[in-house]
Design a protein around this ligand. Structure first.
Ligand SMILES: *[C@@H]1O[C@H](CO)[C@@H](O)[C@H](O)[C@H]1NC(C)=O
Ligand SMILES: *[C@@H]1O[C@H](CO)[C@@H](O)[C@H](O)[C@H]1NC(C)=O
Ligand SMILES: *[C@@H]1O[C@H](CO)[C@@H](O)[C@H](O)[C@H]1NC(C)=O
Ligand SMILES: *[C@@H]1O[C@H](CO)[C@@H](O)[C@H](O)[C@H]1NC(C)=O
Ligand SMILES: *[C@@H]1O[C@H](CO)[C@@H](O)[C@H](O)[C@H]1NC(C)=O
Ligand SMILES: *[C@@H]1O[C@H](CO)[C@@H](O)[C@H](O)[C@H]1NC(C)=O
Ligand SMILES: *[C@@H]1O[C@H](CO)[C@@H](O)[C@H](O)[C@H]1NC(C)=O
Ligand SMILES: *[C@@H]1O[C@H](CO)[C@@H](O)[C@H](O)[C@H]1NC(C)=O
Length: 793
């Protein structure tokens, strides 16, 4: 069967493999076709985040003028404030001191700010959408959908009157067990950066301020506020800062500093990460707020913190590091009054930047007392956002195995639905506060990164709807422990669908002995035994996994009776409908893994650090350096079960016609900088150095043809740096997607900037082109390369 197919094309670059090289002078540039978009202007002329560049535009926005205008208004307003009032702009009113999880008090006519969780929807209130988790957004590799999700979330925060939505979350899936990985965008910095960029653009277009979090190196939950993360400067820039840089380029209004220490200094008091890197190198114009309780001193102000959240030293203590303390430190000259001006100006500028001074709705909910009639108007902000939820749920379903065309299902006579994860929780969708229970189908993790479900369509419910149409007979069995009962239900059915899961979340809730982080990478609830017991009874067993991240599938993945596996992540409120779209072939699977699924937990490059206690600071050394996730498997020749970027489809794709050519720029101002870069000189380390537009403009265009053949499998693009660069064998540097009808072909274009071809030079503190030959591959995953080329540098 040849189906209409979407494919995700990724560009990974950087390697030492010896391909044919031509010196730049002999490169037949004139023989290359002239790119259609030539000459390419340097930037998208945005005036405000409410009108971002179109999705897929190679042009990065320049929000500089919009920030300057907002800052001028903010300066004028702040100039009319007393010192105490300025301090109040920077100091939250304390935990539960207002209706939102964070509250800045009103000052005169300025209404103050409501800050509210979470990265997947408005937390602690009703009539909101429960969106797919961040990790599902990344798994689509579809910028349009990621932007649309961000926009819908931003609109819902605005609709409820919350000025700041606390997301997206962009920490890296450095360790597979990391409790909050699912809130973020996977284990590759480029994919995470693109997802962060699109999410922020959408979110702020929707009207609410976004908050890039958690800055930085907060990659595990265990003792997150009693650990010090140590990453070398190059790793920090190339892996962990990168997504924040993309958020800054998207005009993000705020950044949240994290609970942990970095090199033995609190993340919220770290001059290096806050002042030098974020505000200096990246040129971040907005404000930095503390994570809730991550603020540890009055002098944090000097290190770059701009807002204390929730404002009190410990929750509800009534004391504050700032407030009266900050006023006193300014009055006796310990902290410069210009710093307090700067804090207030940054915070109020972000409010102007988003246009929140005009017709912004009043806060209409109470996060702490959602049933209080006086403070809850129950405003319905859901609009038709269920549509994007359902679409992302389907687009983020990864087909890991499909033998003998087991999928899509074609009017099966009988369907057995097995496993606790297939149906509802006995307590309803919100029966566990902040989803702190693994009961029924899993559609989000636990912790502050959650929202209440308005409803939750389970797989059981959606498959039954479909059964009516197909006249299939359906049976089900929920217990994961009664293996004989499960096997008996599966016996003699056309297909047995087994639903299993793995959950995780934030450290303040423990579920089944998992203190936020997962204690192992095994699927939960006796899943492996359940799958094998059902497969023994039914030779057409299809496994559906709802998981927060990678899990070890070895106990059953090669079982010949397991004919198909769908990896569905955390799809949000339309879970069952999204799944049915893929199961029955209405949507061709196009999701790609945003992390590696290993054969053995020990195969990953970094492990959860356990032990220690709250009387000490435990050390987390990022010794794997650049070799996060697939880069480590590649560098060490470790065979994964399913590599980063993997995902099957119901159809197949062929690639051909690879071309690459330099993009001409017509901006006289950057010629000198570009020439210096070509000679291998590091980019100047000036304010905004890492976000300087010339460094990020398209330098090369790579094009190739993709054809839906019904025989071959999908495609992505990876870069291989020269060996002198000291980079991993392959790194993702671009991706695009294309929807093709059977037999149809399209030309796909991916651009590379000078930044994409640079490494961070620690001595020079700048981005530099390494010496030697750059090659790249286009393929179907990080290991399935179909086309290879070299870059005419
Ligand atoms: C990405 O999503 C958009 C919006 O729904 C859709 O039009 C496009 O076809 C998708 N791309 C692929 C490859 O599915
Ligand atoms: C500052 O905010 C506090 C509440 O957080 C309030 O009691 C105080 O009056 C405010 N001060 C000024 C000058 O607005
Ligand atoms: C942490 O220490 C390492 C090793 O000295 C250094 O390379 C890195 O830049 C430091 N990071 C920060 C944020 O200070
Ligand atoms: C000022 O900070 C100290 C800690 O140094 C704290 O004990 C005190 O309560 C704070 N004062 C106020 C008014 O919050
Ligand atoms: C300034 O005031 C603060 C708060 O009262 C105090 O802790 C600090 O020691 C004072 N510093 C100087 C230099 O007087
Ligand atoms: C599903 O799993 C949860 C958590 O283990 C358990 O409380 C519940 O009873 C199970 N439901 C069924 C129907 O087995
Ligand atoms: C792994 O953790 C899950 C979830 O808590 C649990 O169900 C399972 O028994 C654990 N497996 C092992 C081998 O410890
Ligand atoms: C596969 O299914 C067949 C037929 O139901 C059964 O005889 C066989 O034991 C199963 N194999 C496994 C590995 O479960």
């Amino acid at each position: 069967m040849v189906q209409k197919g979407s494919m995700i094309l990724a560009l990974l670059v950087l390697s030492s493999s010896a391909l044919i090289t031509l010196p730049i002078s002999s490169y037949p540039f004139s023989a290359f076709p002239v790119p259609s978009a030539n000459p390419i202007p340097g930037v998208f002329p945005s005036t405000s985040p409410n009108s971002p560049p179109p999705v897929g535009s190679e042009l990065i926005p320049d929000f500089g003028p919009a920030w300057a205008a907002a800052k001028a208004k903010a300066k004028a307003l702040v100039a009319s404030f007393s010192l105490e009032q300025k301090v109040n702009v920077s100091t939250g009113v304390g935990w539960m001191g207002g209706r939102c999880v964070g509250n800045i008090p009103a000052i005169g006519d300025w209404p103050g700010l409501c800050l509210e969780d979470s990265p997947l929807g408005v937390r602690f209130t009703d009539f909101v959408t429960a969106f797919p988790a961040g990790v599902n957004a990344a798994t689509t590799w579809n910028r349009t959908l990621i932007r649309a999700r961000g926009k819908a979330i931003g609109q819902e925060f605005k609709g409820k009157g919350a000025h700041v939505g606390l997301g997206p979350m962009m920490n890296m899936g450095r360790i597979a067990q990391g409790g909050r990985n699912w809130e973020g965008f996977g284990a590759d910095p480029f994919l995470t950066g693109e997802a962060a960029y699109e999410t922020v653009l959408g979110w702020q277009e929707g009207g609410a301020q976004a908050c890039a979090k958690h800055y930085i190196n907060n990659e595990q939950e265990h003792l997150r506020d009693h650990e010090s993360s140590h990453a070398d400067d190059r790793t920090e820039h190339e892996i962990y800062v990168h997504p924040f840089m993309r958020a800054v380029q998207a005009g993000v209004a705020s950044v949240m500093c994290s609970y942990n220490q970095v090199n033995a200094t609190w993340a919220c008091e770290n001059d290096r990460t806050l002042n030098q890197i974020l505000k200096g190198e990246l040129g971040f114009q907005g404000y930095i707020m503390s994570d809730w309780g991550a603020h540890h001193s009055t002098l944090a102000a000097v290190a770059g913190l701009d807002m204390s959240m929730p404002g009190d030293i410990t929750f509800s203590s009534g004391t504050s590091w700032w407030g009266a303390n900050l006023t006193a430190f300014v009055e006796n000259g310990t902290i410069a009054d210009t710093r307090v001006d700067d804090m207030a100006e940054r915070i109020i500028a972000a409010w102007y930047l988003l246009g929140q001074d005009e017709n912004y709705p009043d806060v209409s909910f109470n996060a702490f007392f959602p049933n209080d009639p006086d403070t809850n108007e129950h405003v319905d902000v859901q609009d038709d956002h269920f549509k994007v939820v359902r679409e992302i749920g389907a687009a983020s379903t990864v087909l890991l195995k499909n033998v003998g065309d087991a999928l899509p299902l074609r009017k099966p006579r009988s369907v057995a639905i097995i496993g606790n994860d297939s149906g509802p929780s006995g307590r309803g969708p919100n029966g566990y506060s902040d989803r702190g229970g693994d009961d029924g189908t899993l559609a989000m993790g636990w912790g502050s990164g959650t929202a209440n479900f308005p409803y939750l369509i389970t797989p059981l419910e959606a498959i039954q709807q479909r059964a009516r149409q197909d006249r299939s007979s359906v049976s089900w069995f929920f217990s994961n422990w009664d293996l004989a009962g499960a096997a008996a239900t599966a016996l003699d059915q056309d297909v047995a669908l087994v639903f299993v899961n793995a959950d995780s979340g934030e450290d303040y809730i423990t579920v089944d002995g998992n203190e936020g982080d997962r204690k192992n990478l095994t699927l939960w609830g006796n899943a492996n035994n359940l799958i094998n017991a059902v497969a023994e009874a039914n030779p057409n067993t299809i496994v559906v996994v709802h998981s927060v991240g990678p899990a070890i599938l070895e106990p059953w993945i090669e079982n010949p009776n397991v004919t198909a596996v769908l990896w569905a992540g955390l799809p949000g409120q339309e879970s069952g409908n999204s799944l049915v779209d893929v199961l029955y072939g209405a949507v061709n699977p196009s999701g790609r893994l945003p992390y590696t699924i290993a054969k053995d937990p020990a195969d990953y490059s970094a492990q959860l650090i356990t032990g220690g206690n709250t009387n000490e600071i435990i050390l987390i050394e990022y010794t794997e350096a650049l070799n996060i996730d697939y880069r480590h498997f590649d560098a060490n020749g470790i065979e994964p079960r399913f590599e980063f970027g993997f995902g099957l489809s119901y159809t197949t794709f062929a690639y051909s016609g690879l071309r690459i050519w330099p993009v001409q720029q017509w901006d006289g101002n950057s010629v000198a900088l570009e020439r210096a870069w070509a000679k291998g000189e590091p980019s100047p380390n000036v304010e905004g150095g890492s976000t300087a537009l010339w460094l990020h403009r398209p330098a090369f265009e790579v094009t190739f043809k993709v054809r839906n053949t019904g025989k071959v499998q999908g495609g992505e693009l990876y870069l291989h740096f020269p060996s002198s660069a000291g980079e991993p064998p392959s790194v993702l540097r671009g991706f695009s997607d294309v929807l093709l009808h059977p037999g149809q072909s399209k030309t796909v274009t991916i651009t590379l900037s000078r930044y994409d071809l640079s490494i961070w030079d620690t001595d020079a503190q700048g981005w530099r082109k390494p010496e030697g030959e750059f090659t790249f591959s286009v393929g179907a995953s990080s290991r399935d390369f179909r086309l290879k080329g070299s870059i005419p540098l």
